[in-house]
Write a protein that binds this ligand. Structure first.
Ligand SMILES: Nc1nc2c(ncn2[C@@H]2O[C@H](COP(=O)(O)OP(=O)(O)O)[C@@H](O)[C@H]2O)c(=O)[nH]1
Ligand SMILES: [Mg+2]
Length: 254
């Protein structure tokens, strides 16, 4: 059985870097990991993808064929993914993998909000599929930024209807205090609520009821701090994903 791990999050949050670091960690520990690039517009990646959507969809060709500019081409390309999904699946089936690590387009909404992604998720299979949502510390370090990311993560879960693990990316870039503050917000909705109210930024819409609803929807979960730079937290992220898919933390290599 192969797991499918979709790495999602805002532009620049570290998806491609984590795809690379996660693959390297898995290989070093005797697991078979296959990387899949789903971003047709990316010019450079920090890893050589095993499977690359750019083989079938190229932004420059989309611009020419559809008479659209670069932004329009990104949207057309995201939708074309649904058309090319059988090719993607065949390419994936050529590998025997413990994990397929799927690096999604830089702009998160191109993947999480378009119905073509639903087609992709459906075609590649839901059974062992998980989202890893990355919290970029530059956004997560303020209470307003943090709650916005929680809501965005929730929206991705609703849209794709898959279980999710959440990670704090680029943990090497923040101070110990900032890191502890962010992790506390992820453990204790009450702490985030207090931080928001003490800044006077809790509006009528961000009520205590909303926080209770987030808790009961399990939108709230502790973040796994990770760094693709130092490798910190990658084993913890792996354990969290294993836990979600298989209900146990370990998968022994064949
Ligand atoms: N220090 C540090 N920088 C990182 C880390 N992860 C990503 N970056 C940097 O953040 C930028 C965006 O990363 P990238 O993986 O391309 O983000 P993506 O747009 O989500 O795929 C790049 O300059 C990376 O080198 C990390 O764990 N630590
Ligand atoms: Mg990327």
């Amino acid at each position: 059985m192969s797991a499918l791990l979709y790495i999602i999050g805002n532009a620049g949050c570290g998806k491609s870097s984590l795809t690379s670091a996660f693959k390297n960690w898995m290989q070093a520990h005797g697991y078979e990991a296959v990387t899949v690039n789903l971003d047709p517009g990316v010019e450079w990646l920090p890893y050589a993808p095993d499977i690359d959507v750019r083989e079938w969809i190229r932004i420059d060709e989309v611009m020419r064929n559809y008479g659209v500019g670069p932004n329009g081409a990104q949207i057309v390309a995201a939708d074309l993914l649904a058309v090319e999904v059988e090719k993607l699946r065949s390419a994936m089936e050529e590998y025997v993998a413990d994990y397929y690590i799927v690096d999604t387009p830089g702009q998160m909404e191109l993947f999480t909000l378009r119905s073509s992604s639903h087609v992709v998720v459906e075609c590649l299979g839901r059974r062992e599929a998980v989202l890893a949502y990355l919290f970029d510390p530059s956004l997560a370090k303020t209470p307003q930024g943090f709650i916005s990311l929680v809501l965005q993560c929730l929206s991705a879960q609703f849209r794709l209807d898959l279980p999710c693990v959440s990670a704090l990316s680029k943990a090497d870039l923040i101070s110990a205090e900032e890191r502890e503050k962010i992790l506390e917000w992820s453990r204790e909705p009450e702490a985030l609520y207090l931080a928001l109210t003490s800044e006077g930024s809790l509006t009528a819409t961000l009520s205590t009821e909303l926080f209770r609803a987030l808790e009961s929807m399990q939108a709230y979960r502790e973040l796994v701090p990770t760094s693709s730079e130092t490798g910190e937290g990658i084993p913890d992220l792996y354990s969290a994903v294993q836990q979600v898919i298989y209900g146990s933390e370990d998968l022994s290599p064949d």
